[in-house]
Design a protein around this ligand. Structure first.
Ligand code: PMP
Ligand code: GLN
Length: 375
């Protein structure tokens, strides 16, 4: 793979003038007061020079405050919070810090593309446990069977990209029990924590015995609709944060200073902002899911995230990769083939992901275009 599927498909959307429901980014920027805070920070000279390695204190305190407000979790802003260049850097730094060559890392496939790359960079061996259609629940027996004496870590992404599955408290409790029993670490990627339509988001770090064996990762990109700012963070025990920080300092050293001031303010917005995210996206999910079903797709409505996975079997024998390469030319819409997120060549072969973090009129435009597809 030379470029990621996201880069390839977003470039194809531009050259073909397609509606881009591929790469997940909103088409409306986040709160204007947060954008203003970033502009003010630049103009007032806040963060224009290298910020501190672990992130500015204001943001570390705000992250700790967010974890307390939403989950009742206490983190020491000085030793248990680390600011990163998006969740992407946090994932890379955590895997590079915690994996020794030859260690096995269990990840639920389909997995977000950087997981496989970063496990490989760390010299680890990825061991997939497959989430299967139609409801993409974690198979806890398969998970248990996947653990070997070489297993070091379980990588959990809930809410899950690309399937939209939100692991339940019972499922996460079972994963936590296994981690304790077999003395494993857990990394949880929680970037879609505020985008849940059915059920609740449970940080696995909040479950008994998990406080010191979990690295929790999130980011401002999704929650505040500023995916271009690349401000992420880690919350974990002081020991785990120190390990991740030791790697992070040689990846980016620090990330953009003025955006850190803006995100520190954003994290303190009233509860209604955070609960409003899901309310807004739920309507968009329903619009896109309904329209895709009408256009002939088999739709697996998501419980969280801003993606919906579909099955394209009704459109013929071609697989999802071929379908997505043709779709911009045939219908003027870009989507992502889930197959690229699987090791199992069969499991995701006919699945295609669409993003619904777009204005309703843009979603409707895409649906009008897709409605013309031949079944
Ligand atoms: N994890 C998942 C599951 C994602 O979908 C994304 C995409 N944004 C990321 C991590 C990366 O987040 P960031 O843009 O903050 O690096
Ligand atoms: N998280 C977004 C997605 O899954 C964007 C990924 C990216 O650009 N690397 O589409």
């Amino acid at each position: 793979m030379v470029t990621t599927i996201f880069a390839e498909m977003s470039a194809l959307a531009v050259t073909t003038g397609s509606v881009n429901l591929g790469q997940g980014f909103p088409d409306t920027d986040g709160p204007p007061e947060v954008a203003q805070a970033a502009a003010d920070a630049i103009l007032r000279g806040r963060g224009n020079q290298y910020p501190p390695l672990p992130g500015i204190p204001e943001l570390r305190h705000a992250v700790a405050g967010h974890q307390r407000r939403w989950y009742g979790l206490e983190f020491d802003p000085d030793s248990e919070v680390l600011v990163t260049a998006g969740a992407t850097e946090a994932i890379a730094a955590a895997l590079l810090a915690l994996i020794e060559p030859g260690d096995e890392v269990i990840a639920f496939e389909p997995y977000y593309d950087s997981y496989a790359a970063c496990i490989a960079l760390a010299g680890g061996q990825r061991v997939p446990v497959t989430l299967r259609a139609p409801d993409f629940r974690p198979d806890l027996d398969a998970l248990r069977a996947a653990v070997t004496p070489r297993t070091r870590l379980i990588l959990v992404n809930s809410p899950h990209n690309p399937t939209g599955s939100v692991f339940t408290r019972a499922e996460l409790t079972a994963i936590a029990e296994l981690a304790r029993e077999r003395d494993l670490l857990v990394i949880q990627d929680e970037v879609y924590e505020h985008m849940v339509y059915t059920g609740e988001h449970v940080p696995i770090i909040s479950l008994p015995g998990m406080r010191d064996r979990t690295v929790s990762i999130s980011s401002a990109g999704k929650t505040f609709s500023f995916t271009g700012w690349k401000v992420g963070w880690v919350t974990a025990s002081a020991e785990l944060v120190a390990a991740v920080r030791a790697v992070k300092q040689f990846l980016t050293f620090v990330s953009a200073g003025p955006f850190q001031y803006a995100v520190a303010e954003a994290l303190q917005m009233p509860d209604a902002y955070f609960t409003g995210i899901s309310e807004d996206l739920r309507g968009k999910r329903d619009l896109l899911c309904g329209g895709l079903a009408q256009a002939g797709f088999t739709v697996y409505p998501p419980d969280g995230t801003y993606f919906v996975t579909t099955d394209i079997s009704p459109f013929g024998d071609g697989d999802g990769v071929e379908f997505c390469r043709n779709l911009p030319h045939q219908a003027g819409v870009v989507a992502i083939p889930n197959a690229v997120f699987y090791d199992d060549p069969e499991a995701g072969r006919m699945q295609v992901r669409f993003a619904f973090c777009k204005r309703p009129e843009v979603l409707q435009d895409a649906l009008n275009r897709l409605d013309k597809l031949q079944r």
